[in-house]
Design a protein around this ligand. Sequence first.
Ligand SMILES: CC(C)(COP(=O)(O)OP(=O)(O)OC[C@H]1O[C@@H](n2cnc3c(N)ncnc32)[C@H](O)[C@@H]1OP(=O)(O)O)[C@@H](O)C(=O)NCCC(=O)NCCS
Length: 185
Amino acid sequence: MQHETDRMIIREFEMSDWTAVHRYGADLNIMKYAIYHANSETDTRNFVMRAMESAEEEPRTEFERAVVLRDSPDTLIGGCGFSLEDENDREWRIGYCFHSDFWGNGYGTEVCKSLLQFGFCDCGAHRVSAVCDIENIGSIRVLEKSGLVREGRFREKSWGLGEWHDELQYAMLDSQWHENQSSPS
Ligand SMILES: CC(C)(COP(=O)(O)OP(=O)(O)OC[C@H]1O[C@@H](n2cnc3c(N)ncnc32)[C@H](O)[C@@H]1OP(=O)(O)O)[C@@H](O)C(=O)NCCC(=O)NCCS
């Protein structure tokens, strides 16, 4: 199963993708705010394997997918995640990571918006949330440009790279999503 944005295809991972994933997963400059460490080859292979396994689960509660360019489908530029945080509350969580060669082109925002649409239209989400490091300016911009609302700050939420990190929580509600769809932009 895959879906498309204007410039990208979001598709299931295949095992052979791991080398392209590793090109960003092993780079600490890219991963420093996402997971606070660089992946080993084993980490990356396990990540891709786990993503492929989750695609087989029924009902599906995790969508960890590869992002490739429509104009160049062999170019895997990153990945995005959409997972069920709480079934009863219908809360889903967004994640994304792209190789730095592709940052600053609006790809992150385009994918984030498509995940919101997927969540509210296809998954019946009530809330779609995301957390990000308070210093992750790029991710903060992606979330705010996509219309998520900053709800709070978790102090010293994560330990990584020898220090504590504050995290911001963002979310959009289904009511806001539908309101945004019906109001002219
Ligand atoms: C966060 C990330 C997904 C953004 O992707 P992207 O494709 O560059 O996103 P966009 O181009 O849609 O938007 C990025 C915005 O952040 C801005 N930005 C990025 N770094 C910035 C910085 N250091 N200071 C100020 N603005 C910055 C860009 O200028 C752009 O804003 P603009 O459109 O107003 O100019 C990408 O940087 C990434 O993959 N990072 C590594 C993984 C990660 O941190 N994931 C998120 C975990 S919560």
